[in-house]
Every structure is written in structure tokens, then in C-alpha cells.
Design a binder for this molecule. Sequence first.
Ligand code: ANZ
Length: 928
Amino acid sequence: MADYNHKHIEPKWQAFWNENQTFKATVDKSKPKFYSLDMFPYPSGAGLHVGHPLGYIASDIVSRFKRNKGFNVLHPMGFDAFGLPAEQYAIQTGQHPAITTKENIDRYKEQLKNIGFSFDWDKEIQTCDPAYYKWTQWIFLRIFNSWYNKATEKAETIDQLVATFAQSGNANVSAACDEDTPSFSADEWNAWSEEEQQRMLLKYRLTYLSETSVNWCPELKTVLSNDEVKDGFSERGGHPVVKKKMKQWSMRITAYAQRLLESLDNLDWSEPLKEMQRNWIGKSIGAELAFPVIGHDLKINVFTTRIDTIFGVTFLSLAPESEMVAELTTEDQKEAVAAYVETAKNRSERDRMSDVKTISGVFTGSYATNPFNGTQIPIWIADYVLAGYGTGAVMAVPCGDQRDYDFAKHFDLPIVPVIEDADISEKSDPTKEGVMMNSGFLNGMSCKDAIAKAIEFAEEKGVGKGKINFRIRDAIFARQRYWGEPVPVYFKNDLPYLVDEADLPIILPEIDKYLPTEDGDPPLARAENFNYTPKGETEAYPLEMSTMPGWAGSSWYWYRYMDAKNDTAFVDKDIQEYWGNVDLYIGGSEHATGHLLYSRFWNKIMYDLGIVNQQEPFKKLINQGMIQGRSNFVYRIKGENKFVSKGLKDDYDTIDMHVDVNIVYNDELNMEAFRKWRPDLANAEFITEENGKYVCGWEVEKMSKSKYNVVNPDDIIERYGADTLRLYEMFLGPLEQFKPWNTNGIDGVSKFLKKLWRLFHNQEGEFAVSDEAPNKAELKVLHKTIKKAEEDIERYSFNTSVSSFMICVNELTALNCNNRQVLADLVVLISPYAPHITEELWSLLGNKESIVNTPYPVLNEEFLQEDEHEYPIAFNGKMRVKMSFAVDKPNAEIQAEVLASKDVQKWLEGKTPKKVIVVPKKIVNIVI
Ligand code: ANZ
């Protein structure tokens, strides 16, 4: 064996790991555990590009490192396999989404395996597998059977609640429940029919059916969650989204708003990510105030963070969706209101909010009274008021709020100044603003005091109270689509009931077409006999026709990995106890307010119900930055099939054209390959640089097919090997940063591995290491690298480790080091990064066991110590000269040598020093 040949080494060790089940993770209480998790991928049809494995490589390095450090590591991989793209493809081609999904998964697995990850494939999960979604359904049963007790601040079972209702009604129950929940006594409860009781319980359950206003995407024929909608269009596909009322499953995440917010503080996540969740949860401290409507037995409640501005209120505004609109609209305003509401309805909330240019609204014709000073104020309907926030009504203070101000200006409504120095260009912040003026009894106070005083007054008068509001809404838990988990619910008299646990899973039925029915029912309505006959009954009832949303399967998957094949529990209790929570989670920040919030939510419910033992699932989380594409360009002379090299393009009238980066090497175009790239280029001509080369331009852009800048890891592996790919991805820059994929530097990494290989081989290419004791210089280089590598990994700084390996190999090469002991430690250090070549070298060193479980080299600081120290020599405290001495040289000898030195003599100018002070390993001070 001579040269380093990745094609020989890599498949060999991958097969070895596979056969020996090297990465199988089983509970072993004699070792500390480490759970290293990647956000599992949705297997798309395009396969992996080099951006996808970035996070996986980082977590793999940590996982392998932790094994070397003596940890029992769980490092699994699986697939988030339900989802829209496979279903869209099914609609177009008729191919069952299960088939497409399987093909895509197979492709992903092959690609992942080529990269040499230390995954325990025995633990693989696929969310679309009935053996998996049985437990997603099982968790749904648990959630349906729970309610949130505000008194104990946790979820409890519905049975407990039912017992309380039977005994004392709901007077003493403090629950997170629907706003319209009435009070009832035990007698009333007990007198109700089973059906009436069930209907009432729906108002309490943590998952419930209710009429909600949803984001409906007519093109995708489904409801989308807020984070799936961007500027009024679906995130996937960019189709228009409209508001629609629909009976939907929701999950009561609002019950957990405060806890989700509080426990963020203790998580080791990046601050920006935590901030995104905080904003999404959106806690607002303010007050609710009631404005009586003149001539009606009706009050308009508003939520305000600035009750202190109450004397500046000049109108009220309602959301166009408000149920009060009809009642408040006077005869002569009817037409105008109807016309306005009709247009507003078709604009999404986001559009209405973000569109600052068009101010629209309409007067209802009615008036309300300011509860503080009795003034009459008109009631308007306004675009900028959201139905779903606060009370859906705003007390408008044009002098304090920009949107109120713009609205007042537009419709010529009065503006009463009540705050001195108010800055209305920004959303009001009570701590920043000036002093109250012309504001009744609040006059002259600071805003903060005025708020406290006004709330006190409102509470005394019974017109309002202090209130905390959250921006977060309950999460819709349904999709009117086929490719998702069936919801384990059937309907009897229009009321939902749970399927018996013993009958899970409810299997996704076969259907003829993956489209809604003619009547607009979801695709599952096409299934024959999609019914359920409860035990002891003969009648079959229809099952729920919507499926679960994309976030269901991913909201608990990390537990399933621990015990992926268990068919009697979602995870065995002891196993779950052992692996605990995830020690390191790596994934994209695009999941900040979706997956990462929903999984914390489910985890908290399961924790409350005693199903899991951790409050928070992901202790440490890192968002890897995206790898951007590095596009290449050629320059076509306008109207011709002629292309000019970059250096000459300014002499011609050209247009830029993206060219496939795979036929460009170090920015030099492969002209032959270019002619073969597309039929219309077969006769392309080139105007090259003087050296005959065609040089391309480049630019950093998103990696995408349309820009021809997608790099497939398979190609890199074929050419350079997986070890080079892994090292190179890390070498590109800090993990969390966005950075372009620039193949130009990959040769350097590939050369490094060849150099490493050569350390173990002689000139003839034979394996040759020496068994002599290592010398000091070699040990110093090694231990310097141990120190750096370990510190870097603990800080997740992988790029700096790679460069320290490069320096180390260069220094050992310069020292002609082929010492067995030094090289053995070195390969262990590099093995988490480049696992194949290091396994090979490890076995060449004569080891029979895999390098994977070899203890990590131990740092010995002694080898790092400098032999010499450079002393600054100071004269009366001023540094003048520097001299080096062995660190163990006695002070007297140092003093003698210093005084004898020519340079020192010069500075002494013939004087005799009064005193010479030697501070060992620090400084020599001469007093003259
Ligand atoms: C009077 C006022 C005066 C307000 C002032 C602000 C400044 P955050 O902090 O986001 O919670 N608001 C309340 N409900 C609304 C709704 N459904 N749609 C649109 N705006 C709404 O914002 C709370 C403030 O946003 C509230 O305080 C209210 O305007 C407005 F100088 O009341 B404020």
C-alpha cells in the first residue's frame, strides 16, 4: 500500500462500522451519557446538497469526541417524512406519497452513509411509519384528556376535572379555558346529558375543536399556520392565502405562554434565538378598560399598554371582523360599512398590518363614553386593528401612537395632546416617554406612575383592571390534506370522541385521488369505510377527516430514538430516565418559532402528566449557519454564441450567464464540458485569456438549482473522499456563520490528509514508524494540539481545530517525526473529524479495536512549558533590554549575566547599580 486512497479506505471502514454495530447505543449505567441530536430532515426529492450535512458533521464530531472521552453516546438519525411536497407530487403524478417518500429516504440514507456519520441506524425513525405515528396518536389522546390548572400551574387529567365539576361545579376551578365558558354549579353539571357535558369539556381540553379564523390557501387546499405564511403568501410555493372561518383542532399553547417564556432563561441557546421566541410569545403588561356604548346595552373592551393616555383618547377602533360591527352600525352608515368590511375581509391580517400606505377604515355611526371623563367618542372600524390580539378593539390616542395618529390625520379626527415630549415615531414605551400634561388627575406625573394610578382608579371604579396579554395564539392542529397522521377521533352526534388506545394506530387509509372531494371535504373523505366502531357498540361512526399538521411528529421524536422499536410504550421509562434530555441539539434557526416552540410545549404537557422526566427537552442548542452557493458566470457577447473570459469582458458588450459550477474548477471553465452542457452551447466559441484559459466570474448567492450552484456531496466524496468533505465543511468558518461554499480551498484540506498519511510512511511509501521514546520537541507539538483541539471542541469551534491539526502535521513533518507514540495520539485527536483515514492509520499501527472507543489523549501541561523565559530588563522601572534565560537558572547567575551584558552596560553608562532585583520568570529591575 502506498499512497493515500480514500476510495479504498472509506467504504472499508463504513462496512466495518456497520458490521460491528460500532455506534449502537444501549443503556450503560457505568458510563455518563451524552445525547447528541440533529434536526431530522424532510427527505426532499432533490437529495442532499453540501449545505445540509454541515450541522450533522459538527454533531458527529462532538459525538465521536465524547465517545473518546468515555461517554455513552446516543447519536440517532431519522426522517420527518410526512409533508406537502410528496403529496403535491402525488397529485401531479398519481404516485402514492409513501412511494416517493421511501425513494427519497433511501437516497438520503445512502448519501448520509457515504459521509461516515456515527449514527446508530438501528434507532432510525420515520414519522410516516404506523409504528411511529401510533405513538404520535397516543400522545394526542393524552393531550385531549388534559386541561390546564392555573392554580397548580400545570396540566392535569380531565377525569380530575370531571370529578370536581360533579362535586362543586366550576366556581373554584381556575383553568385555561375558552373565553365564553359559563359558570355552572354541581347540580347543573350533574343534570346535563353526557353530550352537554362533553360539549362543556371541549372548552377545557388542551386540544379542542373550535370555529377559528384560519389562513386558508386555496391553491394548496389547506390551512397554514402563521409561520407558514409570509406576507400573505404560502411559504412553500408562494400561493395566495386568505382568511376563512373553519372548525379546527387547536392546541392550547397559550396556557403555557408564561412557562414557555420563563424557562427560556435557563436554556443554553443563543440570545437572538431566545429573543425570537420571546417576541413570538409576546408578553405585554397593560390594562383592560370598558367603554360603554351610548344607546346600547353594550361595552367595548380595549386592551392598552398605555392606560395613562386615557385623556387623549379621541376615538375607538374595532377590527373589521368584530362581532359588534353589525350592532353598532347605524342605518345611514350601513352601506359604507358593508363595502369596507367586504374588502377588508379579503386581506390577510399580515397584509393589513404591514401595509402602512393605505389607511382604511369606516365610521360605524355609534359613540362610546370615555369611562374616565365621560367624553363622547366615535367608534370606527380600522384596518390596523387585529381581531386576534387583545380584545380586538383599540382606544385610539393619536398623540401617543403612530397608527392612531395616521388614522386621525387621514379621517380628520381630533388629536388631543396629553404627553409632553412624546415620541410617536416608535411604538410607545412608558419608560422612555415624557410627562403627562392636560391629563386630568394624572397631570404632571411620569408615565410609569400615571399608569399605576390610572389602573388603581379603573379598578376602584370597576371600569377596568390590570391585564397581562400574550401575543401567541393557540396553535391550529389540523391539515385538510392526505399525507399526515390521522387524528384518532370519531364523531358521534357531531361531538368528538377518542378512539380506544388499544385500537391505535388508526392507519392512514388508501384513497383514489389525493384531492379534496367535490364538496370541499379533505381527501380522507374519499376513503371507503373510514369509520370507527367503539367497543360495545354496533354503529360505526365517521373518523376525523383532517390529518395532523407537520409539527406533530417532530414534537416528540427525540424520545422515540431512545427506544425506537418499543411497541408497548412510546419509550421505556428507565431508558428515558437514563438518556434524559438532549445534551446538544443542532439545527436551523428557521425553526425558532415553529418546531422549537411546539416541542417545548408538548414536552411540558408530557412532563406535567408524568410521562417524561425533563421540563425542557433541549439543553444546549446551536443553529448552524447556512452554506450559500458560490455561483459562476460566463460572459456571452450579445446576440452571439461567443463567450469572453472575465479579464477581457469589458472590451465587449456582454451579458452574464450562470454556468454550472460543476464544470468550473478554481474559476476556470472546462470549455469541453461547457459545450456538452446544453445542446445550444455545442458550437460555443471562446475568447480566452492569453494563457488560453477561460476565467469565470463569481458571486455568493443562495444555493439553488436555478443558479446552477448546487454542489452535491457525492461528487466531492467521489473526488476527494468523505474525510476531506468533513474537514472542509468545518474549515469553511465558524459553525454558526453564514458562509459561501468555495471549492477553491478544498485542495489544501486534501493535501493535509496526504501529509498526515506521509508521516506514517517512508519515502518508498511503506508504513514505517519508530518505537523510540519521543523527544521533547515532538511532545510539545503534540500536547499543544491536544490542548487546542479539546478546548475548541468544548467551545464548538471546529474551524480552528482543523487549522491546529494542519499546523501540527506541518511541524511534525519539519521535525521528521514518525514516532509511534506521538502519531498514535495524533490520529485519535483527528479521528472525530476524519474518521476513515484515522481508523486506517490506527489499524496500521497494529490496533485490533476501532479507534472510536479509544480514550482521548490526556494533556500533560509539563510538555508545554517553555524551557526559557524572555526577561524584560528594566532600568528604574523602564524597560530597555530583553534577555532570555533558562527557567531553572538561579537568580544570582541571571544577575551576573545581566550585568555583564554589553547592552546593559551601555544603559548603565558606567554607573554602579544600587540594586538589582530578579523576579523569576517575570522581570529584572535595575535601580540606578
Ligand atoms: C392606547 C395607546 C396609547 C396604545 C399609546 C399605545 C400607545 P403591545 O405592546 O404590542 O401589546 N392594540 C391593542 N389591541 C390591538 C389590536 N387588536 N390591534 C392593534 N393594536 C392593538 O401593544 C399594545 C398596544 O397596541 C395597545 O396600547 C393598543 O394601543 C394597541 F400612546 O392603547 B395602546
